[in-house]
Design a protein around this ligand. Structure first.
Ligand code: A3P
Length: 262
């Protein structure tokens, strides 16, 4: 359902995969060359995964996600994670705080900063566009009221615990591609940065990326608008004020300074 899950005092995203497998995180066995992409759902998981994959493998074309699915430690059997060859590229929606200390010390962690209001709106459309029982059929206002708490608490990660951590924004793609490459220790030529930037642009990914289609209503996909600021087309003034109040309270509690605009 739409209800949030709370584990060890942390609000987790609504996605069912987290709810059913959260205990796997305790058993996660980190390797020194793991790349862990951490984010609240709908913040650009697929985009950053693709950037990392192209940079690390040296491939020029997008990954075929039908053949080669993304691995989430919270969603996979522990054994299948162990079997993956190094270096592993993993995605997670679980806050860093819940990972074993070893993973925070060893892994290279990329944390995606997307405006949580845009991720909130994107999550609403994601839910609406799904086929079947997990689809949401209500209004934006209804969705807002049901899920504001966890959406406003989305960036509640304990950043300071991680040793090797890079924040990436979902704007200025080429600059971020270069930062990711340098952080991971895969510096490349200008030409490679240009190609990765082009291949990972919203327009190209929407057109060319092979993704499983079975859970979407006809015509819908993961690639909806890919813009900054769509929240302004959804939030009322009152909703914006309410969101800011909860978000800022949470941010003050964390005492972490992140270069980030609401
Ligand atoms: P919108 O619904 O606002 O369009 P995730 O991969 O974490 O599920 O995030 C999905 C969101 O990222 C969607 O946002 C999607 O359109 C956007 N997105 C996907 N690929 C993108 C890309 N290459 N560049 C920019 N945005 C992208």
């Amino acid at each position: 359902g739409l209800a949030a899950v709370e584990v060890k005092g942390v609000h987790l995203p609504l996605f069912p995969l987290v709810e059913s497998n959260i205990n796997n995180i305790d058993k996660f066995h980190a390797r020194g060359d793991d790349v862990l992409i951490v984010n609240w759902p709908k913040s650009g998981t697929h985009w950053v995964y693709e950037v990392v994959k192209l940079l690390m493998t040296g491939r020029e074309e997008l990954t075929d996600s039908i053949k080669e699915g993304t691995m989430f430690p919270e969603a996979c059997a522990v054994e299948s994670l162990e079997k993956l060859p190094s270096p592993r590229i993993l995605d997670t929606h679980v806050p860093l705080k819940l990972f074993p200390d070893e993973a925070l010390k060893k892994s290279m962690i990329i944390y995606i900063l997307r405006n949580p209001k845009d991720a909130f709106v994107s999550g609403y459309h994601h839910r609406k566009n799904l086929k079947g029982g997990t689809s949401y059929c209500g209004t934006w206002n209804g969705y807002f009221d049901l899920t504001i708490d966890e959406n406003a608490c989305s960036h509640q990660l304990h950043f300071s615990l991680a040793r090797r951590l890079l924040f990436v924004h979902t704007q200025d793609l080429k600059k971020e591609v270069r930062r990711v490459a340098e952080f991971l220790g895969y510096p490349k030529s200008e030409e490679v940065y240009d190609n990765v930037t082009k291949k990972c642009s919203f327009g190209h990914m929407k057109k060319a990326k092979k993704e499983p289609k079975f859970f979407w209503k006809p015509g819908d996909s993961m690639y909806r608008k890919g813009i900054v600021g769509d929240w302004k087309n959804h939030f009322t003034v009152a909703q914006n004020e309410k969101f800011n109040a909860i978000f800022n309270e949470m941010r003050n509690k964390l005492r972490v300074s992140v270069d980030f605009e609401l």
